[in-house]
Design a protein around this ligand. Structure first.
Ligand SMILES: *Cc1c(COP(=O)(O)O)cnc(C)c1O
Length: 416
């Protein structure tokens, strides 16, 4: 057994797998210490949007590092944060008037939940039940786990997780989901939190924009706050800047992280509609929003986010996303005929399929076996159980993307 001190996330060190060391990355590729080039087909766990080490983002961080590294954000401000907030206001729906900074997707979800509970508490209504969708993932902190799917990932912590109302993942026309949401809303709830269009960690499960719009309508009808967790789906992943855009819905609270800095450094925002902010606005200090973390709106991270917003304005990002989305759909469709492949699906730049007839257990060794196989072929893929998905940086060229899909097709053929 290794005596190295690092305890890696989502890693069973007891299995003794070696842990490759990455020394460099550019575009859609990473390079290991032992000289291997791998195609990053999962955008380094869904964060890298434009590509690794985008020069404008790297330069922005380097220049900011000459000016201001870190400053308390409670009662203080700085230009990079102001630039990011103004940029987000310009890019995103007008209704989302307020920008609260934090540093990870999980934290942005905790902040969203606290904002929703604070909203109801300060209005003197004791609403605190949260509604969620089956198979959701919202992060690994206790609150985020509470609103996510329960399973092997959080079984030891289950006694501490709070109770929520669950609606089923939409099947068929999704009527069952809508009916369940309606019934849960009738019982009274503070908020419904949902991953719009694609449930990421739940297995790249997809549902239509029409259903998202209906869910929003039901929440509005019952005064239940609608929280969109776009930590994964935001920044173009599903083909539009926000997945919510495809349903023409605007949430009351929006969580963004992963692609906010182009995937270079950690940063998150929770954006709120004016009534949420107003519920906390008072001369009474007891109603202020009691949340902060040490590195809230860290200037280096904000400089990276400002550069990302600049790239969205100055480069043909939308065209790249459209092009990649079309290529992904073509590649995915081509695998539909393989006997070992089921449930081929895609949404924007994300494409996924299920392999083999084996039980879709996260603990089965299919995923790690496939991961090792792909790694040997110079491809970074990390299947979720028996779900293989491709979610590359938008800059990936056709030679690399084609190699990824060929490797998946060959792996599928060995499973027949
Ligand atoms: C990744 C993810 C999170 C958690 O973000 P972290 O930065 O890993 O804490 C939350 N929600 C969704 C939908 C995610 O995909």
């Amino acid at each position: 057994m290794s005596d190295k001190p690092i305890w890696h996330p989502f890693t069973q060190h007891g299995l003794g797998d070696d842990i490759p060391e990455v020394v460099r990355a550019e575009g859609a590729a990473i390079h290991t210490r032992d000289g291997q080039r791998l195609i990053d087909a999962i955008s380094s766990w869904w964060v890298t949007t434009h590509g690794h080490c985008h020069p404008k983002i790297m330069t922005a961080i380097a220049e900011q590092a000459q000016q201001l590294d870190q400053i308390i954000f409670a009662g203080w401000t700085h230009e990079p944060a102001e630039t990011v907030a103004a940029g987000l206001r310009r890019m995103l729906p007008d209704e989302l008037t307020r920008v609260f900074f934090s540093d990870s997707g999980s934290t942005s979800v905790e902040v969203a939940l606290k904002m929703a509970l604070g909203f109801w508490a300060h209005r003197g209504e004791g609403r605190h039940r949260i509604l969620v969708m089956e198979h959701s993932y919202h992060g690994d902190t206790i609150g985020a786990m509470s609103v996510g799917a329960r399973g092997v990932f959080n079984a030891p912590y289950d006694p501490l997780l709070f109770d929520v109302g669950r609606v089923p993942f939409p099947e068929g026309n999704g009527q069952e989901t809508l009916d369940a949401l309606e019934a849960e809303c009738r019982k009274g709830a503070a908020a419904f939190i949902v991953e719009p269009l694609v449930l990421g960690a739940g297995g790249m499960l997809m549902y239509g924009a029409g259903l998202l719009a209906e869910m929003r309508r039901i929440c509005t009808a019952h005064g239940v706050l609608f929280i969109a967790d776009e930590v994964m789906t935001g920044w173009g992943r599903t083909g539009t800047l926000l997945a919510c855009d495809q349903a023409k819905v605007v949430p009351d609270i929006l969580c963004l992280s992963k692609g906010l800095t182009g995937g270079a450094v950690p940063l998150a925002v929770t954006m709120a509609a004016e009534p949420i902010y107003e519920a906390h606005l008072s001369e009474d200090r007891a109603k202020m929003f009691y949340h902060s973390s040490s590195y809230t709106a860290n200037p280096l991270a904000c400089a990276a986010a400002a550069a990302n917003i600049g790239i969205w304005k100055s480069e043909p990002v939308e065209a790249r996303i459209r092009d990649l989305s079309a290529r992904q759909a073509d590649h995915a469709r081509a695998l539909e005929a393989l006997p070992a492949v089921r449930n081929v699906r895609w949404c924007g730049t994300i494409a996924a399929l299920d392999l083999g007839g084996e039980a879709a257990s996260y603990l089965s060794d299919l995923a790690p076996r496939l991961m090792r196989r792909f790694r040997g072929e110079g491809i970074l893929l990390r299947p979720l159980g028996n779900t293989v998905y491709v979610m590359p940086p938008y800059c990936i060229d056709e030679a690399d993307l084609g190699r990824v899909w060929t490797a998946i097709a060959e792996a599928a053929e060995t499973l027949e």
